[in-house]
Design a protein around this ligand. Structure first.
Ligand SMILES: Cc1ncc(C[n+]2csc(CCOP(=O)(O)OP(=O)(O)O)c2C)c(N)n1
Ligand SMILES: [Mg+2]
Length: 546
């Protein structure tokens, strides 16, 4: 068999459905082998679009998303996606081409050391130097990308190797179960939980990666222990539940942190230090039980006293079996904090100023979205408003990146969600800065006939950095820009372009876009003038006084 055919067969064996990417001449054998394969090629307009889509496919399915690029410039364009998948715990396999390695007449044209470049950004990177090793290396790339903690892997397939003939056979996937936590660690955790007076549960990204919601629901129902989430743990348990306190969108100085500081035990389900800290541990503060697939990486602000290591859902099930509700548990203060958080989250939701108040935008989006609807955020200051104020009902319905926190992934991640869940409502929420970093993928979205709404929060600036600049008492400088006419811009791609003219007009327009097929872009002028006052000053003062 030809090596490139074998490679594609190996991908089929792994259950690959899509390859996202941009081929170069070095990938033409692979491209040709795809003609007779059930695997669909999703051609994008920038390798970043492909990489972010592949990573999100992995994030949502647990199966490595595959992206493809040529050597040199194509591969360097995938670098940010590798970091995104690797830090975000998203399984992704990158396949890049290369000039022939056995003999070549092209000198060093376009050649960079791609395997070396990927080394610090991946779990595994390898140049295939012979066709016979394709089956084992593909298997290895998938095994490593997918097993906890998931991340990015990379294979380089040089042109001459892709064209070789080989007798090798594909290697079947091995069936493996995730290891489960040791009974003794469960008993130690139960001892700590029973001894605590104010235990609190935190839901992190790892709890969203695999289905842990059912077991967690049982644990919470049995114990009545309140919970909060990290940004990437949103939706693991319903956030309209009376036991949900809030989401830690900031690292400190929000009302939620008063509850966290008053806890004596945090039962941390699935958070690791890659995410921006949801709280800071201190020497004499609360204890932490780290429930995760892997032991905790230790950090000055995170040094848990106990690890319960193994499959999270199983650990929670084991804990549920053993735990007993304790008379001495006292959640009164948590309940006061919850009341205050809920009041604060309701402030501004009917504010009719225009350009629009971010709090109202969040409330209107929540109102328009069904429980199963997915919002996919790019990175900007609105991420704080959405993670803090938007109440998710189901796991993985708020896709945001609080790990690499890169700009440019909002639209491609929404495209991947829409491709995977054609029956669900999907909305990308982007700043005007982040959207423009991969706006060319509107063409891909239109070509794929996706149903998708893209909300652009337009402040004509890199607002997040302006917010930080104001907080540092620096004058406003160097962060403003102009924008294209987004309505015409969308239309030029064959998408529907809309602009919000009044704050009352936003919700009906969004509902219209969600109800109608196609790619819709909504230009929403936003008023960020109070970000600094509310998020940096008021919240700190009010929460400290509380
Ligand atoms: C690729 C990348 N470049 C730069 C940054 C730093 N950064 C974080 S948010 C931000 C501004 C975002 O602007 P915009 O997308 O317009 O959102 P806004 O905050 O204005 O709502 C910048 C420059 C980043 N996170 N990622
Ligand atoms: Mg902006």
């Amino acid at each position: 068999m030809k090596a490139s055919d074998l490679f594609i067969k190996a991908l089929e064996e792994e259950g690959v459905e899509y390859i996202f990417g941009i081929p170069g001449e070095e990938n033409l054998d692979i491209l040709n082998s795809l003609i007779d394969s059930p695997i669909k090629l999703i051609l994008t307009r920038h390798e970043q679009g492909a990489g972010f889509m592949a990573a999100t496919y992995g994030r949502l399915t647990g199966k490595a998303g595959v992206c493809l690029s040529t050597l040199g410039p194509g591969a360097t364009n995938l670098v940010t996606c590798a970091a995104y998948a690797q830090l975000g715990g998203m399984p992704m396999m990158m396949l890049t081409g290369q000039k022939p390695i056995k003999s070549s007449k092209q000198g060093q044209f376009q050649i960079v050391n791609v395997v070396g470049m990927m080394e610090p950004l991946t779990k595994f990177t390898h140049q295939l130097s012979g066709a016979d090793t394709i089956p084992s290396k593909v298997r290895e790339a998938f095994r490593l990308a997918q097993h906890e903690r998931p991340g990015a892997t990379h294979l380089e397939l040089p042109e001459d190797i892709a064209a070789e003939e080989t007798q090798a056979h594909i290697i079947k996937k091995s069936e493996t179960r995730r290891p489960i936590a040791d009974r003794k660690s469960i008993l130690d955790a139960i001892t700590l939980i029973h001894a605590a007076k104010h235990p609190l549960i935190m839901l992190g990204a790892g709890a969203n990666r695999k289905s842990t919601s059912k077991m967690l629901r049982q644990f919470v129902d049995k114990t009545g222990i309140p919970y909060f989430s990290t940004q990437m743990g949103k939706g693991v348990l319903d956030e309209t539940d009376p036991l949900y306190l809030g989401t830690s969108a900031l690292s400190s100085n929000d009302f939620l942190h008063r509850a966290i500081e008053s806890a004596d035990l945090i039962i941390n389900v699935g958070h690791d230090v890659v995410e921006k800290p949801p709280f800071f541990m201190t020497e004499h503060g609360f204890k932490v039980i780290h429930i995760n697939y892997l032991t905790a990486s230790i950090d000055p602000v995170y040094f848990p006293q106990l690890g319960v290591i193994g499959d999270i859902a199983n650990s929670i099930w084991q804990l549920s079996e053993q735990v007993e509700r304790q008379e001495k548990w006292d959640f009164d203060y948590f309940n006061c904090v919850k009341k205050r958080i809920d009041e604060h989250l309701n402030e501004g939701i009917e504010d009719d100023r225009f350009p629009m108040y971010p709090q109202r935008i969040v409330a209107d989006v929540r109102w328009a979205m069904p429980a199963s609807g997915v919002i996919c955020l790019d990175n900007g200051v609105y991420k704080i408003w959405f993670s803090r104020n938007y109440r998710a009902h189901q796991p993985n319905t708020v896709l945001l990146d609080n790990a690499l926190a890169t700009m440019g992934a909002g639209l491609p991640s929404a495209m991947a969600a829409s491709l995977l869940y054609p029956e669900r409502k999907v909305v990308a929420i982007c700043g005007d800065g982040g959207f423009m970093m991969n706006s060319q993928e509107l063409e891909t979205a239109v070509r794929l006939k996706l149903n998708l709404v893209v909300i652009i929060l337009r402040d004509d600036a890199y607002g997040m950095i302006k917010w930080k600049q104001a907080n540092m008492k620096f004058p406003n400088f160097g962060l403003d820009y102009g924008n294209p006419n987004f309505v015409k811009y969308a239309q030029s791609y064959g998408a529907f372009g809309h602009r919000v003219e009044t704050s009352e007009g936003f919700l009906p327009l969004l509902e219209h876009c969600l109800a109608n097929p196609g790619v819709h872009l909504i230009d929403v002028p936003v008023d960020y003038s109070e970000n600094d006052q509310i998020l940096n000053v008021d919240l700190k003062n009010m929460s400290q006084a509380f």
